[in-house]
Ligand binder design. Structure first.
Ligand SMILES: Nc1ncnc2c1ncn2[C@@H]1O[C@H](COP(=O)(O)OP(=O)(O)OP(=O)(O)O)[C@@H](O)[C@H]1O
Ligand SMILES: [Mg+2]
Length: 252
């Protein structure tokens, strides 16, 4: 099971979802690998001291000189969770892979060699539909789309769904949309009820029942290198991400 968390819109909760979903799955005893594919390296920093590392996913994807297994580190505070860290170098992968015939398959090839060691692989992707996100979608069995509960929530969704369709046509026919999850939800506003209705119309039964509401605790936990489950186990965020993990498992 390889799950890409994707939406080319920035700041919609991809990383927050990737780290807390991965931690929830690991807490259930599933051997989980979180692959950070964003040059901002936010999900790596949430679990590791990345300044202590010499290699990142960039080295794996750029020339294959370093096997994926060599960059994977265990999360310091979460049993069963391993991280393949990113680095700012990943920002230059686009030009590096230009014209390479296997450029869309680099991640898939790398994951093929470690996949047997994990029950669940979660991919955190950058806010673009460029070569990194395409690599993620080519390598994945499923994709989960976080949608921010905001007035412009659905802008850009067409492009994302079109990209997924294109990848299904040739490179990865098995790719499935696992679901969409509403994030940064604010129950108190009337507008958010409207927005949920709109999102519901687009995604229908693919929309997860669980919604992730706005919570300061979710924002704070990465700074302490903790998932929401150890940082604030009784918070709404912990409850909601746990429920999301149950829904995810019920769909696979
Ligand atoms: N449910 C939430 N409640 C409060 N803050 C949140 C919530 N989810 C995410 N955030 C905060 O919103 C910001 C954007 O979230 P996040 O980094 O997860 O989005 P992203 O889609 O990964 O962004 P990018 O596109 O830049 O990679 C972060 O500061 C994060 O801490
Ligand atoms: Mg992110």
């Amino acid at each position: 099971m390889i799950l890409a968390i994707a939406n080319q819109k920035g700041g919609v909760g991809k990383t927050t979802t990737a780290i807390n979903l991965a931690a929830a799955l690991a807490s259930k005893g599933l051997r989980t690998l979180l692959v950070d594919l964003d040059p901002q390296a936010n999900s790596s920093m949430s679990f590791l001291d990345i300044h202590a590392l010499t290699h990142s996913i960039y080295d794996v994807l750029a020339d294959g000189s370093i096997p994926l297994a060599d960059i994977i580190r265990l999360a310091e505070k979460v049993p069963n969770l391993a991280i393949a860290p990113s680095s700012i170098a990943l920002a230059k992968i686009e030009s590096k892979l230009l014209g390479e015939i296997d450029s869309h398959f680099r991640l898939k090839d790398a994951l093929d060699r470690v996949q047997a060691d994990y029950d669940f692989v979660v991919l955190d992707t950058p806010p673009t539909l460029g070569i990194i996100t395409v690599n993620a979608l080519v390598a994945s069995s499923h994709v989960l789309i976080p949608i921010q509960s905001s007035y412009f929530a659905l802008e850009g969704t067409d492009d994302l769904l079109e990209t997924i369709d294109k990848i299904k046509q040739r490179a990865n026919p098995a790719l499935q949309i696992l679901g969409a999850v509403i994030t940064l939800h604010d129950k108190r506003t009337l507008l958010s009820r409207d927005i949920v209705d709109q999102i519901q119309r687009v995604f229908g039964e693919k929309l997860f029942e669980t919604m992730i509401t706005k919570s300061v605790r979710l924002e704070e936990s990465p700074a302490y290198k903790e998932s929401i489950f150890t940082f604030a186990p009784r918070s709404s965020g912990a409850y909601e991400y746990y429920k999301l993990s149950e829904e995810v498992l019920s769909r696979v």
